[in-house]
Design a protein around this ligand. Sequence first.
Ligand SMILES: [Mn+2]
Length: 285
Amino acid sequence: MCELLTTSQSKNAETFADIEANNCFKPTQAFDFKYRTIWISDVHLGTKSCKADLLLQFLKTYESQTIFLVGDIIDFWRLRAKPHWPQSHNTVIQKLLRKSRHGVAIHYIPGNHDDFLRQFSTFQMGGIHFHLEYEYVLANGMRCWITHGDQMDSLVQTAEWLCRFGSFAYECSQWINGITNWGRRLLGLPYWSLSGYLKNKVKNAANFIQRFETALVETAKAKNFNAVVCGHIHHGNIKQVNNIWYLNCSDWCDSMGGLVEHWDGTIELIQWRNGQWQTIKRVEL
Ligand SMILES: [Mn+2]
């Protein structure tokens, strides 16, 4: 096409320059993308808690050369039991496929809810490449290990649901507490504090998060990586532990956010807060 334009329209240099700028080579030019990399995980398409509309907005706002889907993108557990698949969930898939067609490199590293897709590792479908895990070189040259993180469950040994504990439980706790203790009184049982029980659970959740982070960082260190990107526990974070960068993508059920890498190597944790995208953490690795 460019050749044809050169012969037929070279008289009009301005027109040719415009057409060349707009049409030729555009998808493969790295700096056409504002960001170098985006990592998202735990979208849980197929569940009611998935905030697909916000994810679509995020994918429009943050355009990158490479996208990593770090597991639990499609919730096959839920699809098997009681699927919830509105149009917006289709649109997410279509949007990713469209990005792939337009030159964005998309890598999918399945998690435990989409472990069905692990059998396709090393394959690509619709331009989306599947891997069990991925070794990625960051803009600053650091070696980064990308994994969903559920492989740590056997080391961490705590139920995942503890991490998903929200403030809703606290709001309900007083009400439930009253009813529970009314029942216990009738049965002649001593007073039992639900909020005390819940606080203990939340403390366990904090312990769990820390154990998860430590387990991943230690594994990354043993594998000689400088950084690890993961998801799984629905708790976005960027921090340095034992000289290893721990980067968790957060999720699209509770905290709605992801990680973005700028061309200069800066990495940000972005989340939807108070009706806008906010930088929760920002580091220059
Ligand atoms: Mn998971």
